[in-house]
Design a protein. Structure first.
Length: 275
């Protein structure tokens, strides 16, 4: 099995403190927009799609949404949280819609030193970790990938002179130095477990193989997310009912039109400096 970084989130342990989101924002200097109040008003997937878009103004790599209290199909009262981030999917649709021209790049494994050369666009799946990353130098800020992601795990950072897509990277730079992702290290309840699925001895691998940890998918959207959730069945029912992706958003992205719009927005933003 190829290396694949993954995370398991235990809903029974998560207390909704937002420490993960705050740590992520501090670590990666994610902008703050005072118009957003932590998404306290979002309780369903459709509302999430409405609010989080490539129009800008919404900045987050990590988020925590409250679910419930609500009765489940068995009449139980459930109350939990949805801690979200990029899923670093097996089949990342964000990569498919990137309009940037492909280029060849050689990657080196941080553990073994082995190299591999592959063609990539501005967003790509790193071959030795499975992490989905963004080349900020090549990103044109068109927003295609933001709109394509059915989890809305990306945002467009329009506070920069040249807008760029951004998202969770599983703290790639930290991990290759031997550290844990900031959200994992900061979690006060140890609700986040991080590791490599290709390592049969890792805790994430054991949890996934046991069947306790589940991917947040639906019959309509199955792209292999590598963030898994575990916990009481009533809490998982709540999570899947409200936030399992139900829309094949990537099929609605018009690559040419979106990339032209992105370039136009960038040109208009730079007019004052050019004049």
């Amino acid at each position: 099995m190829k290396a694949q970084w993954a995370m398991v989130i235990d809903l029974d342990r998560c207390v909704g403190c937002h420490a993960c989101a705050v740590a992520c924002r501090a670590e990666w200097r994610v902008p703050v927009n005072s118009q957003y109040d932590g998404y306290s008003f979002i309780d369903d997937y459709d509302k999430w799609l409405e609010v989080v878009s490539a129009e800008g103004g919404d900045y987050r790599r990590n988020w925590v949404l409250r679910l419930g209290p609500e009765r489940t199909s068995k009449g139980e009262i459930a109350f939990t949280f949805y801690p979200g981030l990029c899923n670093h999917c097996d089949h990342p649709v964000c990569v498919d819609v990137c309009p940037v021209e492909v280029e060849k790049r050689t990657f080196k494994c941080y553990k073994t030193g082995k190299t591999v050369t592959m063609e990539i666009r501005a967003t790509y799946k790193e071959p030795f970790t499975g992490a989905v990353l963004i080349d900020k130098e090549r990103c044109i800020g068109c927003g295609n990938c933001v709109e394509a992601c059915p989890y809305r795990a990306r945002y467009l950072n329009d506070t920069l002179e040249e807008p760029k897509a951004d998202k969770c990277t599983f703290c790639y730079e930290r991990v290759i130095r031997g550290e844990l992702p900031a959200c994992v290290k900061t979690c006060i309840a140890d609700a986040r477990i991080f590791g490599d699925l290709s390592d049969p001895n890792s805790e994430v691998s054991k949890l996934v193989r046991s069947g306790k940890a589940r991917r947040l998918e639906s019959s309509k959207v199955k792209i292999g997310p590598n963030v898994y959730f575990m916990g009481k069945e009533k809490n998982l029912e709540l999570l899947f009912k409200h936030f399992a992706p139900r829309k094949r958003t990537w099929e609605e992205v018009e690559i040419g039109a979106r990339s032209r719009r992105g370039l136009l927005k960038l040109a208009l933003r730079n007019l004052p400096r050019l004049g």
